[in-house]
Ligand binder design. Structure first.
Ligand code: SAM
Length: 297
């Protein structure tokens, strides 16, 4: 049977903005099932080198198999703010380009044992790696009502957070992701066509248990240290909380004279891409280029 992988978002734009040179060294810090990585390796055409990173061991194994025909690639099961550990292992000090395609893959939405899918009856975990002890199950079953409401509001911008938290408290124990998704669907008044009512709450819990925003905040300044002159950082984000961190993180690097933000206007997918791939609809791409000694106000 043919294998269907996650469709890489803004692929053409990613390759163009990484400005790939055949002999260059690149890092895909969110390798996932390897969609962007495969396209980068094809462009490198057997020369250059690619380092693939993902915090999820399981998905990295899929990428390893998919990319096994390439020799100029290595894989690291790390969080991307630990990118320097991979470079140390490879004895590489600087790289020509870094791509971060944030969030989760279709693989995570289909997988029925991690509690990320709304139909998962086996789990309510939501962790992408096992470095954190706290799971989404712990949050919904052990946290106080106001703590749950704050998480849903802060990390999901869920306007009905208080109401959902109240219902969670009175329906405990919440055993699995399906139980939680059904509860939210029952409680929520606001409806958006084609979007599951639990989308914002699931996003909030996932971001919270995986410390996604904190990791992203510390990752951006590290990139400026390891990019070579004219090296590019390309970041694709999928919601406003991530995009805000990327936008201000890149602006700060520019202010510090470490380079320039190439995307004064954010890059968005075309209508054609969104029509073919629904997951691209909220994507936003921002690009930074390292240029030493630029004076910026
Ligand atoms: C949108 S998917 C990437 C899809 C990939 N670009 C492709 O085309 O197949 C995001 C991936 O990033 C990984 N990820 C999320 N946060 C991460 C982090 N802080 N460090 C490393 N990997 C992370 C997830 O496990 C997931 O596999």
């Amino acid at each position: 049977m043919e294998k269907f992988y996650h469709i890489p978002v803004l692929l053409k734009e990613s390759l163009e903005n990484l400005d790939i040179k055949e002999n260059g060294v690149y890092v895909d810090v969110t390798c996932g099932e390897g969609g962007h990585s495969e396209a980068i390796l094809e462009k490198l055409d057997g020369k250059g080198y690619l380092i693939c990173i993902d915090r999820d061991k399981k998905i990295l194994e899929i990428a390893k198999k998919r990319l096994s025909k390439f020799k100029n690639v290595s894989f690291y099961n790390l969080r991307f703010d630990d990118i320097k550990l991979a470079l140390q292992q490879e004895n590489i000090k600087q790289v020509d380009g870094i791509i971060a395609d944030l969030g989760i893959s279709m693989f995570h939405l289909k997988e029925l044992e991690r509690g990320i899918s709304y139909t998962d009856e086996l789990s309510l975990d939501m962790r992408l790696d096992d470095l954190e002890e706290l799971t989404a199950f712990d949050v919904v079953n052990k946290f106080r009502e106001n703590e749950i409401a704050d998480i849903l509001y802060r990390f999901g911008e869920e306007r009905e957070a208080r109401k959902i938290a109240r219902e969670i408290l009175s329906s405990r124990p919440i055993k699995n992701a399906k139980g939680l998704a059904d509860l939210i669907a029952r409680v929520k008044k606001e409806r958006t066509r084609n979007i599951h009512p639990a989308t914002k709450s699931f996003q909030a819990l996932r971001i919270f248990v995986n410390k996604e925003l904190k990791i992203l905040e510390s990752f951006i300044p590290i990139c400026a240290d390891i990019l070579s002159e004219n090296g590019r950082l390309v970041v694709i984000s999928y919601h406003s909380l991530e995009d805000r961190i990327v936008k201000w993180g890149l602006k700060e690097l520019e202010k510090e004279g470490k380079g320039i933000v190439c995307t004064k206007k954010v890059i968005l997918p075309s209508m054609e891409e969104i029509r073919k791939n629904k997951s691209a609809r909220s994507a936003k791409m921002r690009v930074f280029k390292k240029v030493s000694g630029v004076k910026n106000e």
